[in-house]
Design a protein. Structure first.
Length: 329
């Protein structure tokens, strides 16, 4: 049995408004990059210019101003506006596979795949303001992102307001102990090194860390797959003959992200409004153990991978990708 728990469709006006709203959110990444590079250029070329000091103060303020509580009126209202339009923009359908149900008395570790060029399903579906999530997950689910995102002006505040937190062991354990849910992409940015057209890639065979934390906190692991996410951006990954694969991998490890050129709708930062289907599998119960063995970690990782493969094969046709294959690395 499969239950559709959330779906948003858009009108032409909604589409225009959503594109504008999402451009503000996604465009903040590009705006922050220009701001930082522009400030650095002026500091070098015109260190005593009033413009230099103005930009330097603005950059420092945005980079270091405290992250206020997640439910502040300014951030909450702004992000609720963006998320409400994002849900309709793509549009997004959320499905609970096999009648999967979630209790508000339980904390869950949700493993979302794939990463794609940019995991656009994360802010649009898994925000604190999302209306698409199943009742048991709504309003208490936090996405997890690389710590580098919280060092970028503008972006750090938008991510914090939407409920995204740094992907650290401490952060995960703290949220789970507070009966909050966490959602992460176990394969991480490593998957960007192996992305292919017409194929989904999940870098999972060695990813035991999220299973370990789930067992230490006694939190069930939820397999989740986002179909259509790869179509929200066109991308170019540098490589041979211009750069060697070894160089790209080394640079990715150094930066904490894979260098990609992303192109959205009409050549702008706004994502392409490709329909997405987010499928939740049944929670996988894990034993509550502070020190699980490698064999136990592998056992539950294998269960998670098998569940992901099953979800992919049974839902890819209905999601519109009947000829796609899932490549597990």
């Amino acid at each position: 049995m499969t239950a559709v728990v959330g779906r948003k469709r858009q009108s032409a006006l909604d589409g225009f408004t959503a594109a504008l709203a999402l451009s503000v959110f996604v465009g903040a990444i590009f705006a922050a990059t220009v701001l930082v590079l522009g400030t650095a250029y002026l500091v070098i070329k015109q260190p005593w210019s009033p413009w230099t000091w103005t930009l330097a103060v603005l950059t420092a303020t945005l980079a270091f101003v405290p992250l206020w509580k997640e439910n502040g009126p300014l951030g909450e209202g702004f992000m609720r506006y963006i998320v409400s339009h994002a849900e309709a923009y793509f549009p997004i359908t959320v499905v609970c596979d096999g009648g999967a149900a979630f209790s508000r008395d339980t904390s869950y570790v949700i493993g979302l795949e794939p990463h794609s060029a940019l995991p656009t399903a994360m802010p649009s579906t898994f925000s604190l303001q999302s209306t698409l999530l199943p009742d048991g997950l709504r309003g208490r689910t936090h996405g997890l992102a690389s710590s580098i995102c919280f060092q970028i002006p503008l972006v750090r505040h938008l991510y914090w307001w939407i409920g995204i937190r740094p992907i650290t062991r401490h952060s995960m354990r703290r949220l789970l102990h507070k009966r909050r849910n966490v959602v992460l992409v176990p394969g991480g940015v490593q998957e960007c090194l192996y992305m292919q057209k017409d194929c989904e890639t999940a870098f999972l065979s060695k990813r035991k860390g999220f299973i370990r934390i789930a067992m230490q906190c006694g939190s069930p692991v939820v397999p989740c797959f986002a179909f259509g996410q790869g179509g929200t951006y066109s991308w170019y990954r540098p490589g041979p003959p211009l750069l060697s694969e070894a160089f790209v991998q080394a640079a990715s490890r150094r930066m904490g992200m894979v260098p990609l050129a992303l192109v959205g709708r009409w050549g702008t930062p706004a994502p392409i409004n490709s329909p997405m289907t987010v499928v939740f599998g049944k929670p996988i119960d894990v034993p509550h153990k502070e020190h699980p063995t490698d064999a136990e970690l592998q056992q539950y990782l294998d269960k998670y991978i098998a569940a992901m493969q099953d979800i992919f094969e049974r839902h890819k046709a209905a999601a519109g990708y009947p000829h796609y294959r899932l490549h597990i690395l």
